[in-house]
Design a protein around this ligand. Sequence first.
Ligand code: SAH
Length: 352
Amino acid sequence: MSLKDHLLARIALEGPMRLDDYMQSCLLHPDWGYYTTRAPFGPEGDFITAPEISQMFGELVGLSLAQSWLDQGAPSPFTLAELGPGRGTLVADALRACARVPGFLTAAQVTLVEASPALRDVQRETLQGHEVTWLESIADLPDTPLYLIANEFFDALPIRQFIRQGAGWAERRVGTAEGALVFGLAPVAPQPALAHRLEDTKDGDLVELCAPASEIMQEIGRRIAVHGGAALIVDYGDWRALGDTLQALENHAPVDPLANPGRADLTAHVDFEALALACPCSYSRVVTQGVFLERLGVTARAQKLAEPLTGDTLNNHIAAHRRLTHPAEMGNLFKVMGLYQKGQTPPPGTEV
Ligand code: SAH
């Protein structure tokens, strides 16, 4: 049996399913889910993320959080957390760079929130020699100051999609036709959570809603407001999203999101306005990844790392720097938002 057969049978029994249900099954189904059964990152996988492109990304993100920690009086102990750490590369690079910050590693309790048992195993391997705690949910984080990074985490959370009709909304659902999965629409209904989108949309516009993202932001923001700390949210998306951003990637190429459930990565753009609206602590302006990394000195770091390199290794290193920062590559598409406690300064690289 495949996930597709399972979903076809389920829809035959229960009727069309919501898109967030479909996404959740595709990504995290215990037997057939994309993250639960695959190690999708890197050149042989389906996509490549910033920490896998260059060590500079994790180093600079780590140092930004370490500077916030210093600015806030170096509290000890504190939680250094990552949401959805993938292969664990970012946190490994961050810990190596932050070893230069006196007292940081001794005070840090490294905590990873990861839903996939298969990826936890990969992370354990990458982080050998470090003391690490894994959690199912951020609700289980200890009540200490929180320094947190989430890179390409929010885009993996399940979304719902609604098409405006008058003052109501028709929700997009996944149904079946002739043995295939197809999109359909539920009857038009009011959606209180989309009341503010009646201002900026017209009939036929598609709007996305990610309830888990708002819940997680509430929890992170509450913890930073109460216990102190800072967070960096890095993802593709923009302020106030409009239109269909659901995307499926298999072998680095876009595919139909309904064609191969569980075999392709499914993501949606992150609506940073929705994150900000849900956040109980202070948040920075949204800045592009390119500007964020330049502010943190990525070019000086790249030059230093280039010194001993020649030939292909040097060319790859130059390409990686370009890929992370150039506006035509990840530089503009990816955005960064910093979270911080009221009265403190935002994490370096972001600004009020
Ligand atoms: N941050 C990593 C990986 C991004 S992919 C990088 O930059 O390389 C998304 C990650 O989030 C994966 O590790 C995936 O297993 C995890 N994930 C997805 N949904 C999750 C959830 N609901 N709770 C916890 N982790 C989740």
